[in-house]
Design a protein around this ligand. Structure first.
Ligand code: ZN
Length: 152
C-alpha cells in the first residue's frame, strides 16, 4: 500500500506533468512575474478579478513560466485552489500556505493554521518545509500572486 509520501509525490508529479490553468490573459488583466534566482524558477500569474480588488472574486487565473517541479506544481495547485474564490479567501489561503511553509507573518510571528481554510492538494507540498532552499521554490507562485493582486 502506498504511503502518504508516495501519494504526495504523485500529486506533485501530476501537477508538474499536467499543469492546470496554463497560459496567459491579455491586458489589462492584472499580471506579475516572479523570479527565484537561487533555482532559476520563473512564474507568471495572470488574474481576472471581478467586483474590485477588495471585495471581488478571482474568476480566472493563468500561470506561465518555467522551473523546477516544486515551483511549477505549487503554482499549478495554487491556480486550481484560487479560481472562483473571493479575494479575501485567496488572501486567507496565501496566509495558510505560508504558515505551512513556516514563513512568519508581517510582524515576524508564526502563522497559526486556520482550520477553516482548506488546503486540498496543496497539502502534498508540506514536506517541502524540511528543505529550506525549496521553500523559495514553493512560495514563488504565491508571492507572484500577491503582486498580481496589487495590480487588480
Ligand atoms: Zn525551484
Amino acid at each position: 500500500m502506498p504511503g502518504l509520501e508516495d501519494l504526495y509525490r504523485e500529486i506533485i508529479l501530476d501537477h508538474h506533468r499536467n499543469p492546470r490553468n496554463r497560459g496567459e490573459l491579455p491586458p489589462p488583466a492584472p499580471h506579475a512575474t516572479g523570479h527565484n534566482p537561487l533555482c532559476g524558477d520563473e512564474i507568471d500569474v495572470y488574474l481576472q478579478v471581478e467586483g474590485g480588488a477588495e471585495n471581488g472574486v478571482v474568476t480566472d487565473v493563468r500561470v506561465g513560466g518555467q522551473g523546477c517541479s516544486i515551483s511549477q506544481s505549487s503554482a499549478s495547485m495554487m491556480s486550481q485552489a484560487i479560481k472562483g474564490k473571493s479575494v479575501a479567501e485567496v488572501r486567507a489561503l496565501v496566509r495558510r500556505f505560508k504558515g505551512m511553509m513556516s514563513i512568519p507573518d508581517e510582524d515576524g510571528n508564526p502563522i497559526e493554521p486556520d482550520p477553516a481554510v482548506k488546503l486540498g492538494d496543496l497539502e502534498a507540498l508540506q514536506g517541502v518545509v524540511k528543505y529550506p532552499v525549496r521553500i523559495k521554490c514553493a512560495i514563488l507562485g504565491w508571492n507572484t500572486l500577491l503582486e498580481a493582486l496589487e495590480q487588480a
